[in-house]
Each structure stands twice: as C-alpha cells, then as structure tokens.
Write a protein that binds this ligand. Structure first.
Ligand code: ATP
Ligand code: MG
Length: 653
C-alpha cells in the first residue's frame, strides 16, 4: 500500500491479511445466498427497493418509487400505510399472535415476555391514553425512558396515531432533554419513575420536572412505575401510565393511515463531533430500508432469538430493535441494565439463558470485554450463537478477531455494519452468506447503495487511498432533513459535492473493493504532510497484547506540523511503564509506518466517551492543546474528563 501525502487524501497504511469466507453451512441456509443480488440491485436500484417495499402492508399502494430533487427525496409516493400496523397488527392476525415479540429482562433479574398479541393489546391501550391526552396526527411526543417494554410500546402507540416521537436517551441531563423538547416542540412527555443501572435506581422523572420547569411546550406527562422510587406528581399535569391505560380497558384504536412521507420520528445524533442535529425520518422508506437490511444482513429466521444490545435512545435501537425486527416479525431480546452487573458475564449469561442466536453490539463493548478477559464468556454455553454484528465505530482488527474467537466460537460470521443516524439503515456491511469478511473492514455497500470515496476536488481516489466517504444515490431510509433547519441540512450534508451525501467519515477502498472506515474526517491528522486516519494507528496500538483501547489525536509539533498523541487503556493485568511506551511506539512503526509513530503516549484508565460510548477525540484535542473544553453535554462522565485533564497537565508541566 502506498503512502500518499497529497492534500485531500488520507494515507492508508494498515495491512490486514486475514480472510474469513462464509462458513458453508451458514451460506447454505442464508437469506441472501445469490451473489447476483448486487448486480440486480445495481442495474435497477428503484426496482430493487420496490421489491422490498412489497413486503410491507399498504393501505393504498404507492404509485411511484422515487422522486429525487437533490437534496430532497420522496420515496413510495402516493402510498399510505402505518408503521405500527406493519410492526404489530399484521403479525397479530397470524399465528405470530402467540410468538414472542419481546423477551425482556430487567437488571435485577425480573422477566417479561410479550407476544405480538400482547404487544397489540398494550399498544392499543397506550394509544387510547395518548389520544385522550389530546395527541393527534402530527403532534410530537418526547419519550425519556429506561430500557423497559413500555418504551417500544410508547413509540408504537405514537406511530399508531401518526404522532412523530422523539426518544431522548435516559442518560441525558435535564438540559439536554430541555433542548430536545424545545427543538421538537413536543406536547406530551412519557417517562418512568426510574430504571436500574449497576444496582442503583436512575431517576428520570425528576429530570423531566427540571427540563419542563418554566416555559415549555409539554402539557402532560405520563409516568411508568418501574422502580417504586419516590417522585413528585404534579396535579393536572402528571399521570401514571398504568392508571391511564387501565382507564381505557381494552380498546381498539384504529391505525391512522399516513402518507409514505409522513414523519415517523425525530432523533438527535450522538454529538460526537459537535452539537446534536434533529434527524427527521419518515414512514415508508424508513420501514423498507430497515426491514430489508435486517432480513438480509442479520439473516433473520422465524425461530431466531435476536439481540441488539443498543439502547433504544440511539438510532441502532430504533432501526434494529424496534422497526426493522418488528416489521420482520422477529423475536427480540431486550435488557435493561449494564453488561457488568452483577458481574462481567451478564451478557453471556443472557446468551446462555435465552439461547440467543444473533448478537449485535458495539466495538466499545467488545473492547471492554477484551479488557475484562476471556474467563467471563468461558463460563457460559454460547453454542446457540450463529451470527454476530457490530456497529458504532470502526472495529479494530484485534477486537474483531477476539469477537470471532471468544464470542463466536470461530463459527459465526461477523457483520461489521457502517451507517449513521442520518442514513437510518445499514449502508455498508457484509451479507453473511456471501461476503468473505476481513477484520476491520465493513466490506461492501448494501445492494442498491452507491458509496464513493472522493478527494477534495470531487474526484474518486485510487484504491487504498483515503478520502471522503460519500453516498451518491438516494436510499429509502435516508434522513429527509434536519428538523426545523433545512438550511443546515443542505449546508452540512449536500454542499461539498452537489447531489452527493457527505458522510463526514474518511474511508479507503482496497483492491478487492472492500471499504475501510478510517475515522471521522474532523479527526484526521496531518503529520509532515501525510493525512492519517485515527482508526489505523489506534488499531496498531490495540494489536499489542497489553492494549485494550486507544484514542489517537494530532498535537502541535514544531517540525512535523502535527505530531501523534495516543491515549491508551490497558488490558487487565498489564501495567504502564516507559518500556511499554517504547514497545507501543515500535508496534505502530512496524504495523503502520514510522511516520505514524506516536510522539506522546499517555496511559489512562478511561477515555472520554459520548453517552452512546463513542470516543470523543475532539475533547482530547482540547486537553492536549490546553484549550477550554468544547460542548460536553453528550459526554458520559464529566469526571473522567476532568481527571484526565488534570493528569495530562501535571505530566506536561
Ligand atoms: P454526531 O454526528 O452528532 O457527531 P455521531 O456521528 O457519533 O454523532 P451517530 O449517527 O450515532 O452519531 O454515529 C454515526 C457514526 O458512527 C458514523 O458516521 C461513523 O463515524 C461511526 N460508525 C458507525 N458504525 C461504524 C462502523 N461499522 N465502522 C466505522 N464507523 C462507524
Ligand atoms: Mg455523525
């Protein structure tokens, strides 16, 4: 691989020789088993998506697949449908009425199973209660809840009425909640008295009270009783969920037929690169994109027990716990709490107990599991697993191989799925029965998706040269705009390369056509004229047996312009030392190139992460440059950052 230092290209230096063809037994039964699917979708993308759309139930069939007036797309024009009808009602009309839709486990170990029939009943009751509170088609509802079944029930109840919802992750502060409520002008809020996390009750209602004190658009608050923790109920404004639903009995609330382009929800992005954006998703295209990718990438079968470990507060939970799987009539596992409660084997205990077959989680979780050690998965029988997935950040090849061996038992294909809140659906991923996977690469664009890597001038870069990842053709689940801010939608995503969607991520393509995500373009380093992605240097560090996780940033350097600083967390049992620093420098020089050798290595117990657990390199840059910290509202634990800043400054002075 060549080292190119031209402006606008990102050097691509990581070498990865390992290849994992689909296991033949898996390939033989896969939902996507004909490689011609790619050529077929490429020859006629609209036809391909229309075929997927035929799997939905429509009240009025659509007349036209796509209207594309860049940057505004409309999909499945003329059609009417309802998301909840497709996720619940239609299954409850068949034998799936008695199939588990949600198998839920609370952190303390309490259990609930809801069949599609149960879900229909509860969604109807919740929809009736919301209707009585004045919620109508088009009204917004804010949802701020722990991972309990009432969360998807609330979302589906809103969608039944045609009321767009905005789910705000339960870990967010009152200020973050206030901002999102104000931006979406929500009329009703749904919350709970709390949820469980590492044995503690996390209060939510008090945060809602704080977020809607003073001027607010919220008129009513529905409160689920989960923990029994004492809370304040404001007369005339706050109602208990169970009382409101019980008052309705067992009603049947018709599904509101909505236009294909009717808003389904608004979701604010993770805020890794800055202030969150209210991403708008609409109904038909979103359901088509999420369900088709779910069926083909996760190879979902009637008898699968599927577990996506994301919180529903993030897009992964919207698309791959609620809408994709439920359109497909799948059985979902849902878990309320932390992976290390009561012990670090909780996930594997769940896999064993429920005989989970498909597991979808994040690189950050996998790196924690690596750090904790193999003894935890080794305690459990995980032979039920047949497919593994990852999403959220680039997965370092070492973490990929660890996942393959210690979780998948060397038998389960891994789908590394690249996508964004804005894309709504997975865009780049293996198809597990067809694709030969390579650790660290998300491999190929999904059928019908066109992804390109461009230089600053808009020209495609040669193989193995980094550039800007763009999506050059509309897709059904794409965001329609930023809520209330068309101008920002156009400026941020569509102005650099007119007619093409700018992802903000750097990528390269190798000679086999596999895509490698190099990290965010904002995080790219420029060392002596070489633009280096963060992912490759971090992966080189993680390939050292002592390292669990690493974050790399550029720092000012007199000669090189920028130097490389690495923040490193170690695996259990490894100890920081100057000798280890030297070994790590050598490791990077060997695996990547001497130009990428870190100038500074800083050992730390934790890295600053967003609440969706992504590394926030921009804050590390602020620390290294001695600047005031940028927006920290989406940070998990401000204490981690304060400690890091203090220790960094001590070392530097
Ligand atoms: P914000 O846009 O507010 O800064 P965010 O980008 O973290 O936050 P999300 O939409 O949750 O918000 O995350 C999408 C981003 O996550 C992608 O743009 C990419 O950087 C990263 N990502 C997700 N999946 C993968 C993957 N499989 N490989 C590499 N990167 C990934
Ligand atoms: Mg983003």
């Amino acid at each position: 691989m060549t080292v190119t230092g031209e402006a606008g290209t990102i050097s691509a230096l990581l070498k990865e020789e390992r290849r994992y063809p689909p296991p033949p037994e898996f390939a033989a039964q896969a939902n996507a088993n004909d490689p011609a699917i790619y050529a077929r979708a490429e020859a006629d993308p609209e036809g391909f998506w229309a075929e997927q759309a035929a799997r939905l139930d429509w009240f009025t069939p659509f007349q036209q697949v796509l209207e594309w007036k860049p940057p505004y797309a409309k999909w499945f024009l003329g059609g009417t449908l309802n998301a909840t009808y497709n996720c619940v009602d239609r299954h409850a009309k068949t034998w799936r009425r008695n199939k588990a839709a949600i198998i839920w486990e609370g952190e303390p170990g309490d259990e609930r199973v809801l069949t599609y029939g149960d879900l229909l009943r509860e969604v109807n009751r919740a929809a009736a209660a919301l209707k009585r509170l004045g919620v109508k088609k088009g009204d917004r509802v804010a949802i701020y809840m722990p991972m309990i079944p009432e969360l998807p029930i609330a979302m589906l109840a809103c969608a039944r009425l045609g009321a767009p919802f905005t789910v705000v992750f339960g870990g967010f502060s009152p200020d973050a909640l206030r901002e999102r409520i104000a931006d979406s002008a929500a009329k009703v809020a749904i919350t709970a008295d709390g949820g469980y996390r590492r044995g503690n009750v996390v209060g939510l209602k008090a945060n809602v009270d704080a977020a809607i004190s003073g001027e607010t658009t919220i008129e009513k608050v529905l409160v689920v009783r989960r923990t029994g923790a004492p809370i304040q109920m404001q007369e005339g404004r706050d109602l208990w969920w169970h009382e409101a639903l019980d008052a309705e009995g067992y009603p049947r609330v018709p599904c509101e037929p909505v236009d294909s382009e009717h808003p389904l929800y608004i979701l604010y992005t993770s805020g890794t690169t800055g202030k969150p954006k209210g991403v708008l998703h609409t109904t038909a295209g979103y359901l088509v994109g999420t369900s088709a990718t779910h069926r083909l990438i996760f190879d979902i079968k009637e008898e699968d027990v599927y577990w996506c470990t994301a919180d529903i507060g993030w897009v992964t939970g919207h698309s791959y716990i609620v809408f994709g799987p439920m359109v497909n009539g799948a059985t979902n596992i849902m878990y309320e709490g932390a992976p290390d409660w009561p012990d670090k084997d909780r996930f594997w205990a769940l896999v064993e107990k429920y005989r989970i077959t498909i597991l979808y989680t994040a690189p950050t979780a996998i790196r924690s599991f690596m750090r904790w050690g193999t003894e935890y998965p080794a305690r459990h029988d995980m032979s039920s697993l047949r497919l593994l997935g990852t999403v959220g950040e680039p997965i370092n090849p070492e973490a990929w191989v660890w996942y393959w061996e210690h979780i998948g038992g060397g038998r389960c294909p891994i789908v590394d799925t690249w996508w964004q809140t804005e894309t709504g659906q997975i865009m780049i991923s293996p198809l597990p029965g067809l694709t030969t996977t390579v650790p660290g690469s998300a491999t190929k664009p999904f059928p019908g998706v066109k992804a390109e890597i461009l230089d600053e001038a808009g020209n495609p870069v040669p193989d193995n040269t980094g550039g800007n990842l763009v999506l050059s053709r509309p897709w059904p689940a794409m965001m329609r705009t930023i809520w209330g801010d068309d101008e920002r939608y156009v400026r941020q995503y569509w102005s650099k390369y007119p007619g093409k969607y700018l992802t903000g991520d750097g990528a390269r393509r190798d000679e086999d056509g596999n895509f490698w995500l190099l990290g965010r373009v904002d995080d790219v380093l420029n060392v002596a004229g070489h633009r280096l992605g963060t992912m490759e240097i971090e992966s080189a560090l993680v390939s050292h047996p002592a390292v669990a996780e690493a974050a790399v940033i550029g720092i000012s350097h007199e000669i090189k312009g920028q130097g490389v600083a690495a923040f490193v967390t170690l695996r259990a049992g490894a100890t920081p030392s100057d000798q280890l620093k030297e070994e790590l420098r050598e490791q990077v020089a060997k695996v990547i190139s001497p130009i990428a050798r870190p100038d500074k290595i800083f050992f730390t117990a934790e890295l600053p992460k967003t609440r969706s657990a992504k590394i926030m390199r921009r804050l590390l840059r602020d620390i290294a440059e001695g600047r005031a910290l940028g927006d920290t509202t989406t940070l998990t634990d401000p204490a981690v950052l304060a400690e890091l800043k203090k220790r960094y400054e001590e070392k530097e002075s």
